[in-house]
Design a protein around this ligand. Structure first.
Ligand code: ASP
Length: 583
């Protein structure tokens, strides 16, 4: 038997038991007469003791063991004289009687400690060593727990998990497809699913009215902190539902996760906000509502005083930063630089300092008297002691820039704590988005999303105004899930494809199977998919989803541990009828 117990379970009640433990050597301290070793496994750490007086040869053997050696020990549990209250096993230690080295280890390239000395690159290369560290281990345990509770919730609600294929035909979710050549069909390719969207809709047509799948999806996009080429969704679909039924069911899932995994209870329904409200008040469709500081429009009260920037702008608005009227020149310059960054792209930033003495000083004093500035302050609900930050320009880009500035101020003022969770629903997204470059509409969610019944008439006259039956769940400024009520009627689906610029033939070639299936009794249906990695990262308090994925890719979409993507042999290429032509 390799072990009678694991390294995290022995307690004071076990004193005087004979035990066998196996694990890795975390640390060894040689104090001359005594050698102490911390033995680690997934469950914890137990202290081993070797005593020179009691058994000199065993003690000498122990002194030779290096970090990360795998050993087995037999010994007796004893009470420690020097207890460590920080460790669950800190009351006891094992007086070792027999030691077996199960395997030696090279010296690891970085320390296996919570705060390691290893840089990102080296830790990715030796991911199996990085995964021995407590923070990553805890993240993977959390991930497991969450997946388990997700399945538990859906099982209780009559959902069934059904697997869908990985080698499919492209589904348009807005990203590029990864493709796989078919050897037996030369010149033809499968696509890896960006999501199982069309399959889950076909399952509804097949009558499986509550479907769920924890599933890998693949999108060939440029990487960011919260993106990976392959990622995991909790993919769901239901039949005979209105939007309200969907929101209730999936809000229920998120509440169940918070309750069972974090012991946080949300007794109230999650707030619901329309897309327009989110944009107007937070400058984004994924507002972080852990703090206030909403955006307020002051276009009409600010116009007409001879200040060109505002007079020529379609929109002027601002935020009120409480208690910051004493901001220095330097701090304000920093904020101006911040909003001028290319990612944000604002031309500049105006400010009004509303002093605690009631005075109003601004960067536009030449054009605006204090009584004018007071009107701004009142509109933005500022109090003496507050700082107003104002921007003017084209409406949407100004709102977005103000939204970024709001988040930055939230960071600076520590208003975004990681252990506070504020979920909400964002509803009524536009159905279509105009792309100036391509000169055509794109589906804001995806082409299978239904328009709101009230707006169907506008499809012919003002497609840009049509609202979708679509919803996103947002937590702390991150979109964690999104979905929609679907089109389930062939004619409407055809119309949607034509609005998106597909010819009838193209629509038929790509999605004929789905539109044809609509002719065989398609029930009304809708669904949602949650980004599982993001959800776990938020629960774990991590900024990057990489820290909650066992084997992630790096920023260049490479797995540096297994060294891929990599070339394939001439033989393989030939079999696939593929010639490489890198220019
Ligand atoms: N398939 C969609 C996505 O991956 C989610 C949905 O509409 O259910 O974003």
């Amino acid at each position: 038997m390799y072990r009678t117990h694991n390294c995290g379970e022995l307690r004071i009640q076990d004193v005087s038991k004979s035990v066998v433990l196996s694990g890795w050597i975390q640390r060894s301290r040689d104090l001359g007469g005594m050698t102490f070793i911390d033995l680690r496994d997934r469950y914890g750490i137990t202290q081993l003791v070797f005593n020179m007086d009691a058994n000199a040869s065993l003690c000498n053997e122990a002194r030779k063991l290096g970090r990360e050696y795998v050993v087995q020990v037999e010994g007796t549990v004893t009470e420690r004289s020097n207890k460590n209250p920080k460790m669950p096993t800190g009351d006891i230690e094992i007086i070792v009687e027999k030691l077996t080295v199960l395997n030696a280890s090279l010296t690891p390239p970085f320390t296996i400690e919570n705060e390691t000395d290893g840089g990102e690159e080296i830790r990715m290369k030796y991911r199996y060593l990085d995964l021995r560290r407590e923070p990553l281990k805890n993240n993977l345990l959390l991930r497991h727990r969450m997946a388990f509770e997700v399945r538990n919730y859906f099982n209780m609600n009559q959902f069934i998990e059904i697997e869908t294929p990985v080698l499919i035909k492209s589904t348009p979710e807005g990203a590029r497809d990864f493709v796989v050549p078919s050897r037996v069909n030369p010149g033809q390719f499968y696509a890896l699913p960006q999501s199982p969207q069309t399959f889950k809709q076909l399952l509804m047509i097949a009558g499986y009215d509550r479907y769920v799948q924890i599933v890998k999806c693949f999108r060939d996009e440029d990487l960011r902190a919260d993106r990976q080429p392959e990622f995991t969704q909790i993919d769901c679909e239901m039949s005979f539902v209105h939007q309200q039924d969907i929101l209730d069911m999936f809000e229920g899932m998120v509440k169940h996760l918070f309750k069972t995994v974090k012991n946080i209870e949300f007794s109230e329904p999650f707030p619901r906000m329309t897309y327009d409200e989110a944009m107007e008040q937070y400058g984004t469709d994924k507002p972080d509502i852990r703090f206030g500081m909403p955006i307020t429009e002051i276009t009409s009260i600010a116009k007409g005083k001879g200040f060109g920037v505002i007079d020529s702008a379609a929109y002027t608005g601002g935020i009120c930063v409480h208690g910051c009227s004493e901001y220095s020149r330097k701090q304000l310059d920093e904020l101006t630089e911040y909003v001028k960054r290319p990612q944000i792209g604002a031309k500049g930033l105006l400010y009004v300092k509303y002093g605690t003495d009631g005075s109003l000083k601004s960067s536009v004093d030449k054009f605006y008297q204090p009584d004018e500035l007071k009107k701004w302050a009142d509109a933005i609900k500022a109090q003496p002691g507050d700082l107003l930050l104002i921007m003017a320009g084209e409406k949407i880009s100004t709102l977005k820039a103000l939204g970024e500035l709001r988040l930055e101020m939230g960071n600076r003022l520590n208003l975004r704590p990681k252990d506070v969770f504020k979920p909400l629903w964002v509803l009524d997204f536009p159905l279509l988005e105009w792309d100036e470059e391509a000169k055509r509409y794109f589906a804001m969610h995806h082409p299978f999303t239904s328009p709101k019944t009230d707006d169907i008439e506008l499809l012919d006259t003002q497609p840009g105004k049509v609202r979708a039956n679509a919803y996103d769940m947002v937590i702390n400024g991150t979109e964690v899930g999104g979905g929609s009520i679907r089109i389930h009627n062939e004619d409407l689906q055809k119309k949607m494809f034509s609005l998106l610029g597909f010819t009838d033939e193209e629509a038929q070639r790509q999605f004929g199977f789905l539109m044809h299936a609509f002719r065989y009794g398609a029930p009304p249906h809708g669904g949602i998919a949650f980004g599982f990695d993001r959800l776990v990262a938020i629960f774990a308090g991590e900024d990057s989803i990489r820290d909650v994925i066992a084997f992630p890719k790096n920023n260049a979409a490479r797995d540096v541990m297994i060294d891929t993507p990599s070339e394939i042999t001439a033989e393989q290429l030939k079999e696939l009828s593929i010639k490489i032509d890198i220019r």
